[in-house]
Write a protein that binds this ligand. Structure first.
Ligand SMILES: NC(=O)C1=CN([C@@H]2O[C@H](COP(=O)(O)OP(=O)(O)OC[C@H]3O[C@@H](n4cnc5c(N)ncnc54)[C@H](OP(=O)(O)O)[C@@H]3O)[C@@H](O)[C@H]2O)C=CC1
Ligand SMILES: CC(=O)N[C@@H](CCC(=O)OP(=O)(O)O)C(=O)O
Length: 345
């Protein structure tokens, strides 16, 4: 057994990490941290866990780091890099769910996140953990930067086509929608039921911080400087996310070629599935699971295709992928702890 600590266990991704890790056969939770909720019983924060024997919530400063093997950091960006810098040499592995170690260029990080990156030595050691495309680097990694939820959903939809040279890097358009848990558990007027329960809106139009993250990976994969058009929306849904990607096929390529490339990339993957031709993926088919479903369509505009991807933002989009990444660092079966089936309906 490995001893695991969850930083930010009082938040939504932290709670999802608790749900998954308590079902993991090789992980034992030894500490849970919070910020404003430190000092509380975990069951008072999440009553659904009352039947579990979980540690009380403490601050990161109160954790006894002796014998801790792995830390799942479910903290806001900024707080995450500062906290990880104080513990990285005390534990074997840090799996960071925040944005702090995703962007390779510290200047781009500062521009995107409005603060400096103060731990650039650590930044240089981080592996970008989009598991399906990072296995070799993940094995033995000490610090893993889990991708953002929108980048996970979008990149799973785009990378097989980009890697096979079937999709042009020009004019990629990503239209994405997220459930409200994507914004975390904080109490904000803009996240109130009365503000959100019966409407939808775009946000971060032309400016969202996940666009440079997607650009970075597509540029690295294609070898061509790539910039995507990316617009996220908030929709009245609790958990789940959908990314509809409009792409141009490279000369002479067809949607059948595209489908063949996606099957080649994903048919052996435990968590990524291609829909039958003509079928569109639905968020309710992956709800509360680590699965991603992808639909591939010809556009009515000749030479263009539409690729649609769905994930659960709290599972494949954050804590599920985090557990999958830890399994990969250890060389374990990647599905350990992740046999949670989609909740339906
Ligand atoms: N929600 C999602 O779908 C996804 C989130 N992420 C990323 O995961 C991270 C966590 O997100 P999420 O769980 O949604 O957020 P929440 O707001 O739900 O939880 C944040 C957690 O961090 C703690 N915290 C807040 N401020 C500080 C601080 N200054 N120092 C230390 N701890 C602090 C909170 O403690 P307390 O509640 O006790 O105050 C809470 O435990 C973020 O970086 C987010 O961007 C990534 C992918 C998807
Ligand atoms: C609905 C909603 O607000 N979603 C969040 C994304 C959550 C996420 O993945 O953010 P990180 O990059 O910080 O990990 C947002 O758009 O900022």
């Amino acid at each position: 057994m490995k001893n695991a600590v969850i930083l930010g266990a009082s938040g939504y991704t932290g709670a999802e990490a608790v749900r998954l890790i308590t079902g993991h056969p090789k992980l034992r939770l030894t500490a849970l941290t919070g910020h404003s909720r430190a000092g509380e019983r975990y069951a008072d924060i999440y009553p659904s866990t009352a039947h579990l024997d979980l540690p009380d919530v403490v601050t990161a400063g109160d954790v006894d780091w002796a014998d801790v093997d792995v830390v799942f950091a479910c903290l806001p960006h900024g707080a995450s890099q500062d906290t990880i810098a104080t513990i990285a040499d005390k534990v074997d592995t840090v799996i960071d769910l925040s944005a702090d170690f995703r962007l390779r260029d510290p200047d781009l990080y500062a521009k995107t996140y409005g603060r400096s990156h103060d731990h650039q030595g650590l930044l240089g050691t981080a592996v970008y953990g989009l598991t399906e495309f990072a296995r070799h680097e993940l094995r033995g990694a000490k610090l893993v930067a889990c991708p953002g939820c929108y980048p996970t959903c979008s990149l799973l939809a785009l990378l097989p086509g980009i890697n096979a040279g079937l999709i042009s890097t020009d004019n990629i358009i990503i239209d994405a929608k997220s459930g409200v848990t994507g914004a975390g558990r904080k109490a904000l007027q803009s996240l109130a039921f009365s503000e959100l329960s019966d409407g939808a809106h775009a946000y971060g139009v032309g400016t969202h911080r996940h666009a440079p993250e997607i650009d970075q990976i597509l540029t690295r994969s294609s070898g061509k400087e790539t910039m995507v058009s990316f617009t996220p929306h908030l929709i009245p849904m609790n958990r789940g996310m959908i990314a509809t990607c409009y792409v141009t096929l490279t000369d002479g390529q067809s949607v059948d070629d595209l489908r063949a490339a996606y099957h080649a990339a994903y048919d052996d993957e435990p968590f990524v599935h291609i829909e039958a031709a003509g079928a569109a993926p639905q968020t309710r088919h992956i709800r509360a699971s680590n699965h991603c479903r992808i639909g591939i369509f010809a556009d009515r505009v000749p030479g263009r295709a539409i690729i649609i991807s769905v994930i659960d933002n709290l599972t494949k989009g954050s804590s599920g992928q985090a557990v999958q990444n830890y399994n990969a660092t250890q060389g374990w079966d990647e599905t350990l702890g992740l046999h949670v089936q989609p909740i339906f309906p």
